[in-house]
Design a protein around this ligand. Structure first.
Ligand SMILES: [Zn+2]
Length: 326
């Protein structure tokens, strides 16, 4: 273990996308062939998040996102998402089993996982596919990536459209199933449409504060306050572009401003982290993979009391997952 008294929950990583990219290079798209080696498990894993780094940093809950890139045509998106779910069950889940919500709010002995979908394109326009994703273990969905789809507009659509009629039905079905709606890449209007749906469980898995760093991927103060009111969760992310402007000068210490700002808005019990490991091109110096979490923990402990740091690193997220999922 890398840090004394350290526990960690991370709300977003793109390991499955990285595994899929390598399968795609090794083998044909839908072949049965698996890569020779399980890169998640290997001792010298090139991944930011690996079995070894999760163990080293005492990450006892890791959220794994399925991500289908924009260039895949609509007819191929479901297949790519299913391939990533298969990679999860072949390479990750045997070692990091899915979170069980029946054990109350306690730390489990084994590192656990949550399976999520980043971007609803793979579901197409069919609620039965949504229900099948649920049966395959997916418990959280971000409705969009950056662009528009059948559900809503993403955060980079300048027209800032909200949820479509189908998007509203989709979220209602997610609520019925007991799934978490991730608003991290959603347009602002889409956010307001989601939070107006009764009983919605809302999380921004990897977003920061727009007040500190003005970027459409970050949350406005009104959005932050609403997530707090709804008992939701915000995962502070390490992507330099969302941390500081200009991003080339972003440092680990700039994350503290985002934490302090949400704390100031009343978010003490709703703060958490969503690294975006394995999903970002640029990285913060000293916080480039899950092995670096103990040193980040030491930075946090230098500025904030342990009771607060523990809430942010694991307690809040654990409470949120255990209370949102069934
Ligand atoms: Zn993302």
């Amino acid at each position: 273990m890398g840090g004394e008294g350290l526990y960690w929950i991370d709300n977003h990583c793109d390991v499955l996308y990285q595994l899929w990219k390598r399968v795609k290079e090794d083998c044909s798209f839908f072949s049965n062939k698996q890569p020779q080696e399980n890169l998640f498990l290997s001792d010298d894993s090139p991944l930011d998040v690996s079995y070894n780094s999760l163990k080293y940093s005492n990450v006892f809950l890791q959220n794994f996102a399925i991500f289908v890139p924009d260039h895949i045509p609509q007819t191929g998106k479901l297949g790519v998402a299913l391939k990533q779910i298969d990679l999860f069950y072949q390479n990750v889940e045997p070692f990091v089993p899915l979170l069980s919500c029946r054990n109350g709010n306690k730390i489990e002995e084994k590192t656990r996982s949550v399976l999520s979908l980043e971007g609803g394109e793979a579901v197409g326009k069919d609620l039965s596919i949504l229900r099948l994703f649920y049966r395959l273990g997916v418990r959280q969905i971000g409705l969009t990536w950056n662009c528009a789809n059948a559900l809503a507009d993403g955060c980079k659509e300048t027209r800032n459209g909200g949820l479509t009629n189908f998007g509203k039905e989709f979220v209602k079905e997610m609520v019925r199933l007991g799934m978490i709606v991730d608003v991290s890449h959603l347009s602002e209007q889409g956010f307001w449409d989601v939070v107006s749906i009764p009983d919605v469980k809302v999380m921004a898995s990897h977003s920061n504060c727009r007040k500190i760093c003005d970027h459409p991927r970050n949350l406005t103060d009104d959005q932050i306050k609403t997530i707090i009111e709804l008992n939701g969760l915000i995962g502070i992310t390490y992507v330099p572009q969302f941390v500081f402007h200009p991003y080339q000068e972003a440092t680990m210490e700039h994350l503290l401003f985002h934490l302090e700002h949400i704390q100031y808005l009343g978010g003490e019990d709703h703060l958490s982290f969503g690294s975006d490991f394995d999903g970002m091109e640029n990285k913060l110096y000293g916080l480039s993979n899950a092995f670096d979490l103990p040193s980040f923990y030491r930075v946090l402990s230098r500025y904030f009391p342990k009771s607060l740091v523990d809430k942010w690193t694991y307690r809040n997220a654990l409470y949120f997952y255990k209370n949102s999922l069934r």
